[in-house]
Write a protein that binds this ligand. Structure first.
Ligand code: EPU
Length: 419
């Protein structure tokens, strides 16, 4: 298995281009199932999860091709299997986003029920209840969600908890339903908005995406279009933290500052100078040690759970004591235990971590159980004294395109090795 070897201590300096957003690309590729005509999607990141989604559609019989610029062309008319098998769903929970489109367009879907996950229980009851309220007949059988419907009908759905992929599944299903669907307590994440923009480009009638009330007028069918995926705010945020933690200067190109308000506010509070334009953000922390900042994760526009681990790394070398509170997932602190192996002073009480910044981390082999946790260990490795090996980096390859190349461009001493 590959690992990343990081020789810590170099302040990063330079610019890096941000890829398309994983968590927008995945539902958008799934949503191509809704279109009656061929669709093409650009700015798709070259990631393991994206390959899994492409494989998932391909095994349904969908014609799907990817060119060398990661432009994905999809023609769903050749579909003949309406199944998301366990072998793929267990490697990527986001496979659940094919449920809504399959059911809405083809009237049937057999999607393996995702099991537990390294960061929390992550049930899908809200996806299922919403589709049932739209008239679907759904049973859980042999580990599968078996869903059937003649034509879904519009309904008023009040989501019990804010859920990103839940909102996306119901939004996609509503585009072809009979009549009006109102999704209350909808997720407001930029990835939900990007999906809505994509669906609108196909002819869907959607209002209110980006607010907590999305209204969809169902249409008979959706047509073809080309669409480019929004830049990845979490990737951008991760590189900015890399600049901050190393006391360097990093400019992320192709990023949207308006999607990162809560994150940029915390970076400024940590002492960084943050400037931005329409398509870039720059962070300057040269000559300074970051100050500890308190973090509390919550749905967008509040501070994202997907940036919690990276800020834990930053706080572990910051001046002062901070609390990091995780409110979205019940088990998203595994990286804290690994950071302790690098010398971080972290105490965990339930969903709160109390981090006392230390002047210096020291290298050790570390590994993580999920994507963002792995990224945070890479960040910690960038400042640890000595050579840190980050193991199990297949987690990172699920969500960060060419991370060692991009960090290398910024001056980090990092390499991928086998074993
Ligand atoms: N929840 C329920 N029932 C449901 C659905 C969700 O109780 O039916 C709960 C979850 O257990 C969790 C909370 O609602 O406590 C929020 O989870 P959500 O459904 O929003 O998460 P998700 O849609 O499964 C997406 C991202 C995650 C990101 C979260 C939160 C994708 C493909 N994944 O997951 O991204 O952390 O939203 O913002 O969009 C990552 O990229 O590393 C990642 C984990």
């Amino acid at each position: 298995m590959d690992k990343l070897q990081i020789h810590g201590g170099t302040p990063l300096d330079g610019e890096v281009r941000i890829s398309g957003a994983k968590n927008a690309a995945l539902p958008i590729i799934a949503a191509t199932l809704l279109a009656a005509e061929p669709v093409s999607v650009g700015n798709v990141p070259h990631l393991h999860d994206v390959t899994t989604m492409i494989e998932l559609l391909a095994q349904m019989g969908v014609s799907i091709t990817v060119d060398d610029k990661m432009r994905v062309e999809v023609d769903a008319s050749t579909i003949h299997r309406y199944v998301a098998p366990y072998e793929l769903v267990r490697t990527m929970r986001a496979s659940i986003v094919v449920l809504g489109p399959l059911l809405a367009r083809f009237g049937r879907a057999d999607v393996s029920l995702p099991g537990g996950c390294a960061i929390g229980a992550r049930p899908v009851n809200i996806h299922v209840a919403g589709l049932q309220a739209m008239g679907a007949d759904i049973h859980i059988e042999n580990g599968f969600i078996r869903a059937r419907a003649e034509r879904l009908r519009g309904a008023r759905l009040v989501l019990e908890t804010i859920t990103v992929t839940g909102t996306e599944n119901l939004l996609m299903a509503a585009t072809l339903a009979d009549g009006e669907t109102v999704i209350e307590n909808a997720a407001r994440e930029p990835e939900v908005v990007d999906l809505a923009n994509f669906l609108s480009a196909l002819g869907a009638q959607i209002q209110g995406a980006g607010t907590d009330r999305i209204v969809v007028q169902g249409v008979e069918k959706l047509h073809g279009a080309h669409y480019d995926v929004v830049p990845d705010r979490i990737e951008a945020g991760t590189y900015l933290v890399a600049g901050a933690i190393t006391g360097g200067r990093v400019r992320v190109k192709g990023a949207k500052a308006e999607h990162l308000d809560a994150v940029l506010a915390k970076l400024s509070e940590a002492g960084a100078q943050v400037t931005s334009g329409d398509t870039w953000i720059e962070l300057d922390m040269r000559g300074r040690r970051p100050r500890a900042v308190d973090i509390r994760t919550a749905p967008y526009p509040a501070f994202p759970t997907d940036m919690q681990a990276q800020f834990a790394a930053l706080n572990s070398v910051a001046d002062g004591v901070s609390t990091v509170i995780e409110t979205i997932f019940e088990n998203r602190f595994m990286h804290m235990l690994e950071m302790r192996r690098l010398g971080a002073d972290i105490r965990i009480e339930g969903s709160t971590a109390i981090i006392r910044g230390v002047p210096q981390l020291t290298a050790a082999p570390v590994m993580a159980t999920d994507l963002r946790a792995s990224a945070s260990l890479v960040l910690a490795g960038l400042v640890a004294q000595g050579t840190t090996d980050v193991l199990r980096i297949y987690h990172i390859d699920r969500g960060y395109e060419a991370i060692e190349e991009k960090l290398g461009q910024l001056g980090a001493r990092i390499k991928r090795t086998a074993g």
